[in-house]
Design a protein around this ligand. Structure first.
Ligand code: 6PG
Length: 253
């Protein structure tokens, strides 16, 4: 992989617009080249505005949404209607606003009895979608993976010091809660799957993330300290979309 591409937007609103434009470009390119676009959505709060902007009157017609397939990088182990559900956030801000999207949405099934069973069920669903054995190597290549960054350096639900960071033989795994809210079990894609993607994009806003952003981009902290540092696409590209607050320690002398 080449050095990551870092793009800095003025504020969170400009960051969301830049991210929406990036998604549109990636979607058009993938649909032109391969006839479909496989998009892994991030949870948390930062991407919500990006998702809403994608369905605005000028952007909605820019993509043939009937060829877009939606997946989730991680999920909180709560029902889909729970306010903490990553699927719920994406459903409200994006998916429910697209015509007939439901059949193309692959959410992490939190109805299973345990988060481990949910993870296994999601690997199975991905295997059926990509027509390969679940958890096999090489992992399928998503066209675009969107990720967030926690103040503790986590991404998806790969939390510092937790076993999910070590999982190398599965595409999806369960994880106990990290230190940040909400304190519920998680289900998360693993490094082998995330790093197989054609393009991975971090969306990061706010001063609280500035120290971690600087360490990851300048100091090579390693994934044990900051799991987000382990996102190194094997053959794909990596982009960090930051707002000025999140980038403030990169640019400061
Ligand atoms: C989750 C996530 C998580 C998130 C970061 C950043 O389920 O919480 O997917 O990895 O992306 O914690 O979250 P914010 O965007 O809310 O800061």
């Amino acid at each position: 992989m080449h050095a990551p591409n870092v793009e800095i937007s003025r504020d969170a609103e400009a960051l969301a617009a830049a991210a929406a434009e990036l998604v549109i470009r990636a979607a058009r390119d993938a649909i032109e080249k391969r006839g479909r676009f496989t998009l892994v959505l991030a949870g948390g709060s930062t991407p919500e505005r990006t998702y809403s902007l994608l369905t605005g009157p000028e952007r909605l017609p820019a993509v043939d949404w009937s060829k877009v397939f939606f997946f989730f990088g991680d999920e909180r182990f709560v029902p889909p209607g729970d306010p903490a559900s990553n699927y719920g956030m994406a459903q409200r801000s994006l998916l429910s606003r697209l015509p007939n999207a439901a059949a193309r949405v692959y959410r992490i099934p939190t109805e299973e009895a345990t988060s481990a069973e949910s993870a296994a069920a999601y690997s199975g669903a991905l295997g059926r979608y990509f027509e390969q054995a679940p958890d096999s190597t090489p992992a399928p290549q998503f066209d675009l993976v969107l990720l967030g960054l926690g103040d503790d350096g986590h991404t998806a639900s790969l939390f510092p010091g937790k076993p999910a960071v070590r999982v190398a033989d599965r595409w999806v795994t369960s994880s106990p809660p990290g230190v940040l809210p909400p304190p519920v079990d998680r289900v998360t894609m693993t490094y082998p799957l995330l790093n197989a993607a054609r393009h991975v994009v971090f969306l990061v806003a706010g001063e609280k993330k500035a120290i971690v952003v600087k360490e990851i981009l300048k100091e090579n902290p390693g994934r044990d300290k900051y799991p987000a540092a382990g996102i190194v696409p094997a053959a794909g590209s990596l982009t960090w979309l930051l707002d000025e607050a999140a980038a403030s320690r990169l640019t400061r002398r």
